[in-house]
Design a binder for this molecule. Structure first.
Ligand code: APR
Ligand code: PHB
Length: 393
């Protein structure tokens, strides 16, 4: 089959789906091509923290009903070190901004439901997706469904296919510059049927390594432990995970982590990566396809949403007036904010983790930094304004 649309979108993650939704609101047609099944993308466990601007955008564009009902609004976070907790009053330090706990796959479910209800086309289980002719005005996406090869012609392609997608690697050598840093550790994460042990998130610095207490609902806790990059999950029976979390998260001898059945377990790699520019001809990259951050600042999804907001506006302007200025400045506009968010994610990661090559000097320096961040208003405010999200543009 050969078919046509205005914007061909590769990937039904938060970036691709939100872009399709925003374009639809502006009267622009798109088709989303996704390698996985609907069930797979709706159940894929990822992070779950939304910046104030992301929350606002979901609500303003009509996809925030479940978020308003089920999302947990958080006004602060806790940094724990030296066996004590120190609260960062996010809303007090930012003039009232908050963050919301709401799982990424719930955002994905809400966006898929909205697109399908509006007659949007999302083609799941599209095989062998490849992109062509994006150096010209009629780029094409080839894909396979049920053994048949299809060709989608479009005016633009949005590469929203994540870090391991096909769009970025298809751009000819020499066009892109890559910047990255791989961290010498990973996170072992679990979801557990346990009541959260605190109302707020706890980021813990500990001699044994970083730990994070987060949540998904009043009944489900999300927890992470710093581990080796090649950690073998088989060596981590549930009991060992709980003991290690208890040790790293403890504040005072009476603090007890609530335990429960572990319903999901996984390893998250830690990497900072940016590609410049975020476009080539009529192909535009957005979200993880263009940049990834270590999860310490919870920025991955929020960055993806910020990119497609800029891209949707640029495409809307182009279709309304024929003006390509916003498309030409897309990459530059996004990258200015992307780099600030990269800096923040790297900084949070560096402050809170044990690095294998660090000596006692480095550990004292990290503790001094944590002490400073939790006692200086200027420093707390810097953390808070980045954590709730820098202005979108
Ligand atoms: N063809 C079609 N679809 C593909 C292909 C391909 N060759 N390769 C990958 N995809 C799909 C993936 O299955 C996934 O559904 O592209 C989608 C990319 O989605 P995400 O990885 O969620 O990336 P993005 O939408 O940019 O969202 C960024 O996701 O990785 C998390 O934590 C990260 O929160 C961040 C967010
Ligand atoms: C999560 O809840 O999954 C989460 C929260 C905050 C982070 C990272 C992950 O910094």
């Amino acid at each position: 089959m050969n078919h046509r649309t205005q914007v061909g979108i590769v990937g039904a993650g938060p970036a691709g789906l939100m872009l399709s939704h925003l374009l639809h609101l502006a009267g622009i047609e798109s088709v989303v091509l996704e390698a996985r099944s609907r069930q797979y993308v709706e159940e894929r466990v990822r992070a779950g923290l939304l910046e104030q601007g992301t929350v606002n955008l979901l609500i303003e564009t009509g996809v925030g009903d479940r978020l308003k009902r089920l999302g947990l609004t958080h006004h602060g976070i806790e940094l724990r070190f030296g066996g004590r907790g120190h609260r960062i009053d996010l809303s007090g330090l930012t003039g009232g901004s908050t963050v919301a706990i709401y799982a990424q796959h719930e955002v994905v479910k809400d966006l898929i439901a909205a697109r399908l209800a509006a007659g949007g086309q999302i083609i799941f289980e599209a095989g062998d997706v490849s992109i062509h002719d994006f150096d010209g005005p009629t780029p094409k996406i080839r894909y396979r469904i049920d053994g048949n090869v299809n060709l989608l012609s479009c005016d633009f392609i949005a590469g929203c296919d994540g870090f391991h997608g096909v769009c970025r690697p298809t751009i000819p050598a020499g066009v892109l510059t890559m910047y990255d840093r791989i961290y010498p550790f990973a996170w072992l994460g679990i979801l557990a049927e346990a009541r959260p042990s605190s109302d707020e998130l706890i980021y813990a610095y500990h001699d044994r390594g970083f730990a994070l207490h987060s949540m998904r609902s009043p009944e489900i806790t999300r927890l992470y432990l710093q581990c080796a990059p090649d950690e073998d999950l088989g060596k981590w029976p549930d009991e060992r995970i709980w003991e290690e979390l208890q040790l790293r998260l403890a504040a005072g001898k009476d603090w007890k982590l609530n335990r429960g059945a572990v319903i999901q377990k996984g390893i998250t790699e830690m990497r900072s990566f940016v590609v410049e520019p975020m476009h080539s001809g009529t192909l535009f990259l957005a979200g993880d396809a263009a940049h990834i951050v270590p999860p310490t600042g919870a920025k991955g999804l929020n960055l993806a949403v910020a990119d497609v907001r800029v891209l949707a506006r640029a495409l809307t302007d182009y279709y309304a007036s024929g003006n390509r200025d916003l498309l030409s400045s897309y990459s530059e506009t996004c990258l200015r904010r992307v780099w600030k968010v990269q800096r923040f994610s790297w900084w949070m990661t560096s402050m809170l983790h044990r690095f294998p090559d660090d000596n006692l000097f480095d550990q004292r320096r990290q503790l001094a930094e944590l002490d400073y961040v939790t006692t200086s208003r200027a420093a707390s405010q810097t953390l808070a304004e980045n954590y709730v999200g820098l202005p979108m543009e």
